[in-house]
Design a protein around this ligand. Sequence first.
Ligand code: ATP
Ligand code: ZN
Length: 292
Amino acid sequence: MSRLRVAIQKSGRLSEKSLEILKSCGLSFARSKDKLFWYGRDFPVDVLLVRDDDIPRMILDGVCELGIVGENIASEVMLERGSESELNRLRKLGFGHCRLSLAVPEKMAINSITELENARIATSYPALTRYLLEKQGVKPEIVELSGSVEIAPGLGTADAISDLVSTGTTLRANHLKEFEELYQSQAALYGRANDISEEKQTLLDRLLARLEGVMQARESKYVMLHAPREALEKITELLPGVEHPSIMPLEGSDRIAIHAVCGETVFWEHLEALKAEGASAILVLPVEKMLA
Ligand code: ATP
Ligand code: ZN
């Protein structure tokens, strides 16, 4: 019987959440002693634990069919390898958010990205940085570094850097200022463009359907509230991603209870707007499983 292999990061920022999302899809694993290969027990999907940088190549080279990796790494490898190396992004996974940004020394006076023409830019993402800058008409001189990119300007080996940022703390600690965001990234499930067997494809479709359910449940909230009957229409409009809420009478009151699954993110602003329309006892609950 066919099995699928999915590569995930062994240890790092994406590891825990990658595993958690596979488990949410009903997968469980017999962990091997060497910890590099875990056999899938309840569903024929095995896990390979590797460095994140190796994941796109492993998919392209056929070592595994699937991988969970940051879009930044997948894009870098695709650009580096050229057009015949197409990875198929199957689903964004909603974690591992970061941005690839240009940063320059705090003291540097710069107003436009075009001033970086011929500047030396240190980065661990040479292909992606070059591609994104050239798209804006700027030709940089790339200084490729595998790590500690943020110290390059201080050492005088680069004029600016292109690096991953999430909070900006590292930049500030190195007296750099974020100057322009080039690219937004999050973790995603990738596969090969189209060369897997029919049997594996059937398996993949099942996995993707489960994943879709998991992601939809994560993005959804179950909202319950009380409201004046006459506010029903207004309140339904205010619930993000809801068309037909369930309505229940409240014993001994002229108010009603409204329950609905919100398919979009519910922000504090939404709740405040609901309250302004007369809603009370507003509860927002997580949805654990969902099958449309
Ligand atoms: P490995 O040993 O697997 O090569 P690594 O040090 O290259 O690990 P991590 O630092 O764990 O990788 O980052 C993995 C991914 O997490 C990045 O490629 C990126 O997609 C994402 N990420 C999210 N936030 C950040 C951040 N602030 N800095 C770097 N990467 C981030
Ligand atoms: Zn890495």
